[in-house]
Design a protein around this ligand. Structure first.
Ligand SMILES: Nc1ncnc2c1ncn2[C@@H]1O[C@H](COP(=O)(O)OP(=O)(O)OP(=O)(O)O)[C@@H](O)[C@H]1O
Length: 590
């Protein structure tokens, strides 16, 4: 006997084989196709049982009828013992039990071969068999069973020899198997073998996904998608939040779970080629933010306002020229400096958004235009990105290829906490959007094959899972913009005054919009640090807390702390915890 790739027993019997060989091969074939043959084997079993009971106990038919009714009740209530979880599956199982049990009761009383029982049994096999043979989940379960049996051969062929299937389940879109890798193999090896696995399993190209097991480096989940769950656009059903403090639902992953991500105190970067759906994702985000009464939205759209103008009724400001964009970004820096000063004087260490004290989000469509045509705006955006988190002033930028040039000379890209990659042309562009090494780790943005499909990297979302964003149509945009315009909050007084002050300084200094002042970043972190040290609790503040408060790097913080310590203004309370020295605290208390 020969075995094929999936270990299917072929019925080729060598010359001189014995009857036992033939029977063995037939037995294996019957076993392999037991699921498909189930309607026939059930009919044969019923026929035999009917004949036997009719001969021995023809009076037992009422017991058979009662047992049938009891079993049908259990199936209807629980789905057991057939694991019928869906309503349609349960209805089928109840019908099958009633038909089989009813026929058996009749056969016990009348005899299996008494007319019309054989004909009725044949019709029942057909009526029950058709849904059985065509049922997608049953066929999928069979495929999974066979794959588990054949996995050792497949694994050997695709270069993952020694890996084992620990468990497998059929899900809505296909099936998934949890596998254990041979010692020394890693999830990266599995990711690198995805095309070979697809070939080995005989799936369509692009059907296999690999997810690491967060609890075990030597295990992974292989998902096989029989159908693409993202084949159709996913209609927009309205905003998912009413406050910036809640995570926004951008779309759905392939397992139908929602993509939820918080934009509070986080900068975000959206990248992808023209037509990949960047504006679509931006619209989903803006439509959600517009419904939040604790965030003020500013927009920059240097493509003449083409993308953001439909939202103008919800935007507190919209810049469509380089000069306006520069003023806008510079005002944002003014706001964050005013907030930092106010917080330095008070007891709060972060700006907690509320309708009275809203967060500020600056949305830039096609950031490359800004970096190229308004470099001073890009410098200011850089400053916001470094210092704005704690002060709830954040940047949200979309661009085609976020190269260093497209993102300006600063460190903006490295400050982006949320990265959304739509389709890219070149494989390595995934690294540009998502960060170095992401392509090798399986973030294959070049394989996304429809607009609105994306990969997202953010806090709590650190595996490459494909998602598709909601489709917000032009009509949806007009509807949402009109719906939320009345609740849009103004800037708080402090921030509004900061904008006014910046304007006055501009007028007094005569620096026109095309020559805005460059903000000196070094002044404010210094006072923010000093204020934080003065306000620190007795046990002091940690370095990450000081980084958060000032928006500055660790090395900068260390250097300033050493300075303060040398001047006896600050002390290290315990390892890595700092606060102002006691005289200052006492003076403040007095
Ligand atoms: N989530 C989505 N589901 C289905 N179709 C989408 C989705 N997002 C966008 N599309 C469709 O894809 C097309 C291009 O989308 P979009 O304009 O957002 O791309 P883009 O990346 O912003 O392109 P460009 O850079 O040229 O502005 C549009 O016709 C839009 O209807």
């Amino acid at each position: 006997m020969l075995r094929n790739r999936n270990a299917a027993p072929l019925m080729l019997v060598a010359d001189g084989s014995t009857a036992a060989d033939v029977l063995g091969a037939a037995g294996r074939a019957l076993y392999r196709y037991r699921s498909e043959l189930a309607p026939f084997t059930t009919a044969l079993t019923l026929g035999a049982a009917g004949a036997l009971l009719h001969a021995e106990h023809p009076g037992w038919w009422p017991y058979v009828a009662c047992a049938t009714a009891g079993l049908a009740g259990v199936v209807a209530a629980t789905g057991a013992p057939f694991r019928a979880t869906r309503r349609s599956e349960r209805a089928y199982a109840v019908g099958a039990v009633l038909a089989a049990g009813g026929w058996l009761a009749a056969a016990v009383r009348l005899g299996t071969l008494t007319d019309p029982l054989p004909t009725v049994l044949g019709l029942l096999v057909l009526a029950g068999g058709l849904p059985w043979w065509t049922h997608r989940r049953r066929r999928m379960r069979v495929t999974v069973d066979r794959t588990i049996q054949a996995w050792p051969n497949i694994a050997e062929q695709v270069g993952l020899g020694g890996s084992r299937v620990l468990s497998a389940v059929v899900d809505v879109w296909g099936w998934r198997a949890h596998i254990s890798l041979r010692g020394g193999q890693t999830v990266a090896d599995v990711v690198a073998h995805v095309p070979a696995i697809e070939s080995g399993l005989g799936t369509r190209p692009g059907a296999v996904r690999v997810e690491p097991d967060p609890a075990h480096a030597g295990r992974a989940t292989i998902r096989v998608l029989a159908n693409d769950p993202h084949a159709e656009a996913i209609a927009w059903s309205g905003p998912s939040v009413r406050s910036i403090t809640q995570p926004i639902t951008l779309g759905v992953f392939e397992d139908a779970t929602p993509v939820r991500v918080s934009f509070l105190r986080r900068h975000a970067l959206i990248g992808g080629i023209a037509g990949s759906g960047k504006s679509g994702i931006l619209n989903v985000i803006v439509a959600n933010l517009a419904a939040c009464a604790d965030v003020v939205l500013w927009g920059i759209d240097l493509k003449g306002g083409m993308e953001l103008r439909p939202w103008v009724s919800c935007l507190d400001r919209l810049a469509t020229t380089p000069a306006e964009a520069t003023r806008l970004q510079r005002d944002a820096v003014g706001i964050l400096e005013a907030r930092a000063r106010a917080m330095g004087d008070g007891s709060e260490r972060v700006w907690n958004p509320s309708p009275e004290h809203p967060a500020l989000i600056i949305i830039t469509d096609e950031y490359a235009e800004l970096a190229e045509n308004a470099p001073l705006a890009a410098d200011a955006a850089d400053s916001v990105a470094r210092r704005g988190r704690a002060l709830a002033v954040t940047e949200l930028a979309a661009t085609q290829r976020p190269t260093q040039q497209a993102m300006g000379k600063g460190a903006l890209r490295s400050q982006m906490d949320i990265r959304i990659a739509l389709r890219v042309r070149e494989r390595r562009d995934a690294d540009l959007i998502l960060g170095q090494g992401m392509l090798a780790a399986g973030w294959h943005a070049h394989t996304l094959d429809a607009p609105g499909k994306f990969l997202i990297s953010a806090e709590g979302l650190d595996h490459p899972r494909r998602a598709r964003g909601f489709l917000v149509t032009d009509d949806d945009v007009s509807g949402e913009a009109a719906r939320w315009a009345p609740i849009r909050p103004p800037l708080d007084d402090l921030s509004a005054a900061a904008v006014g002050t910046a304007r006055d300084a501009e007028a007094a200094g005569g620096s026109g919009p095309s020559e805005p002042q460059i903000i000196d970043d070094s002044v404010d972190p210094e006072s923010a640090l000093w204020a934080a040290l003065r306000e620190a609790p007795d046990e002091g503040l940690t370095i990450p807390e000081l980084i958060m408060t000032t928006g500055m790097r660790r090395t900068w913080i260390y250097a300033r702390l050493q300075n303060h310590a040398a001047g006896e203004r600050a002390i290290q309370v315990s390892r890595g915890r700092w606060r102002a020295a006691d005289p200052h605290r006492e003076a403040r208390a007095a």
